[in-house]
Ligand binder design. Sequence first.
Ligand code: SF4
Length: 337
Amino acid sequence: MNDTSPLVQIRDLSVTYKTRLGDTSAVDKVSFDIRHGEILGLVGESGCGKSTLGKALLRMIMPPGRISAGQILFNGEDILTFDDKRLRDYRGRQASMIFQDPMTSLNPVQTVEQHLVEAIQVHEAQTQTPDATGRIKTLLERLGIMQSRLASYPHQLSGGMRQRVMIGLGLVLNAGLIIADEATTSLDVIVEAKLVDQLREIRDEFGVSILAITHNIALVAEMADRVAVMYAGNLVELGEVSRIFDRPLHPYTQGLLASVPTTEINERKELYKMPGEPPNLARPPSGCRFHPRCPAAMSICSRHRPGLNEAAPGHWVHCWLYQDHPEKEEKTLKVAA
Ligand code: SF4
């Protein structure tokens, strides 16, 4: 079973980009934990800030962006205070990231073996190549990659195998956190299903925590233990996967789930289409950022931002419907009905 203590604690994290229209808050005061050994799915529409948040966890936000406020504690240490040397050590030894297209991260003129040996020796200069190669062989076996693939170049591998090499680059140094940013999106459904199974096996075997960033909420149901839902730079809901899928509370989560195709669809039940468009984050709506699209919006929603409230044990929601306030009205949510 998972250790439920947090490996990562994100506190009031904000990431701001300078644009022609002024400062744009791509991530706005987001707080949540990633527990030891869990798979946490981070979902939301394109542009909701989920990938920006993933990059912030490795301090990979490039100008004109910056982490403008908050803390990211990794095993209790604030990574925002790390100097360059400590940061290099953190990236790789403690946390690593895999992207949608591993070809952009792998060096096309290096073999699998060269990639992995280099990853070890950059962080452990004293490790001799034969020792590093020995470690790699054991790891590749556990990842289901044949040793004959050590001499292969990235273009000679399948998409799924390239992703497994990327995962290996994190695991070879015993990283505690893997951030998978749309890592299965470019794969066909069969390879995707295999990689999802493998990510769960890797979590079980290595005890690693995985932050799975995806726009595909159905995928999260298959692979994650908990799910965090983001909308327009805000965290709107967080909880166990079974709980969120059975009883979504936030109107945005309800809309997302109601828009997922299921095998039960017939002519009389059409997929829900969320009204409106995501907001321009340079000029976000006042109060709750979802209020212009929300079928349950109340007058308070456009004026005051709700706090994050624990509506049930471990189930957090960012919505006035679940908090007391002077103007509370009775609302029946019919979005997902
Ligand atoms: Fe809708 Fe108001 Fe809840 Fe925002 S706070 S999701 S506008 S009901």
